[in-house]
Ligand binder design. Structure first.
Ligand code: FAD
Length: 308
């Protein structure tokens, strides 16, 4: 099912992001954690592609598993950085033949182990170029990335939003944000983006802080700011995992409640392939989400999965 068809039935969506595990032990852990999360009937799941230096090669296998074996609506992330147009066309055909209907199209971060091809003579330089190509040649529902605190490379907030408009006009049907820890960034961004005439859903991407040092590293890379109040609470406990988990979860619960109370169009959880914080968060909000869950279960029969 296309995610935009889910939007027609669901005012708010509730989705999980996973990344492909890198070895057999993490794959076992992944299976256990994902299994717990899938019991919550998410509106859709998404699988990253080479994010944070992770492997690109297992993304399609995992997408195939979620889509064809488990019967969930699944979105494959895909990046164009350093890729040739020929490879992109091939990969899109693979996804299409797999029956996948949703793709999150991104530029991708600059590669660590090879020189960046910029401008890329055989490929694309920006996500908007990739979106245009895929939109013109395939029949996917297309999602894109958005940055409430500005993309780190953009010369200004305004320019970043202008570039976002180009991407949406090229065929992006909904946006998912980079993680943020202060909802004001999200609401200001949504206002600015609407003023520019961007009308699609902007789903907030939320990460519960379960490991301060790890999340701080991600935040520094993506330019996400920690509010002073959060830092004061969490920094003194940064070497005490249980305390960090409690404070991080509490913060995320408040963030998510505020977003939903103010009519954000759902929540996209960056699960980091762990289940406990996302489940606790979900449970704390179950009444808020009840309408969505019931609606989802009643309205859709996911396509019949392949027999296991
Ligand atoms: P773009 O939209 O191309 O923007 C990149 C920069 O270029 C911005 O500064 C923008 O302002 C600027 N720009 C855009 N168009 C133009 C133009 N025409 N001229 C000049 N400047 C321009 N990375 C992965 O590797 N794998 C993943 O699975 C993954 N998943 C993600 C999921 C989400 C929800 C988000 C928000 C990010 C994800 N990322 C992932 C990270 C993403 O690849 C990086 O943030 C990357 O640096 C930018 O990708 P983009 O698609 O937003 O790029």
């Amino acid at each position: 099912m296309k995610i935009t068809d889910i939007f027609k039935k669901q005012k708010r969506t509730f989705s999980f992001e996973f990344f492909p595990p890198s070895d057999y032990l993490t794959a076992v852990k992944f299976g256990i954690n994902a299994g717990q999360l899938m019991k919550l009937s998410p509106s859709f799941v998404s699988i990253t592609y080479g994010a944070g230096g992770c492997t690109q090669t297992n993304t399609f296998d995992l997408v195939d598993l979620f889509h064809n074996d488990l019967g969930f609506t699944c979105m494959a992330h895909y990046t164009c950085v350093n890729a040739t147009k020929e490879k992109i066309a091939y990969d899109m055909r693979v996804l299409q033949d797999m029956g996948v209907e949703n793709v999150m199209l991104l530029r991708g971060d600059k590669p660590k182990n090879e020189p960046l091809k910029f401008p890329n003579p055989d490929g694309f330089n920006y996500a908007s170029d990739l979106v245009k190509f895929v939109n013109e040649n395939y029949n996917f529902c297309i999602g894109g990335g958005a940055y409430p605190e500005k993309h780190t490379e953009a010369p200004s907030y305004e320019k970043d939003i202008e570039n976002l408009k180009v991407k949406v006009d090229a065929g992006v049907e909904f946006l998912i944000t980079q993680m943020f820890f202060c909802n004001n960034y999200y609401w200001n961004f949504v206002n600015k983006v609407e003023q520019k005439g961007i009308k699609c859903r902007i789903i907030p991407g939320i990460i519960p802080i379960t490991n301060f040092k790890q999340i701080k590293k991600f935040a520094d890379l993506t330019g996400a700011q920690f509010p002073e109040k959060l830092l004061k609470k969490i920094e003194p406990y940064q070497d005490r995992p249980k305390e960090v988990y409690k404070i991080g979860l509490d913060w995320a619960v408040k963030q998510v409640s505020d977003l939903l109370e103010n009519d954000a169009p759902g929540i996209h959880f960056y699960t980091l392939n762990k289940s406990m914080a996302a489940i606790k968060l979900y449970e704390s909000l179950s009444e808020d989400f009840k309408d969505v869950k019931t609606l989802y279960e009643k309205s859709f029969k996911p396509h019949i999965p392949r027999p296991l």
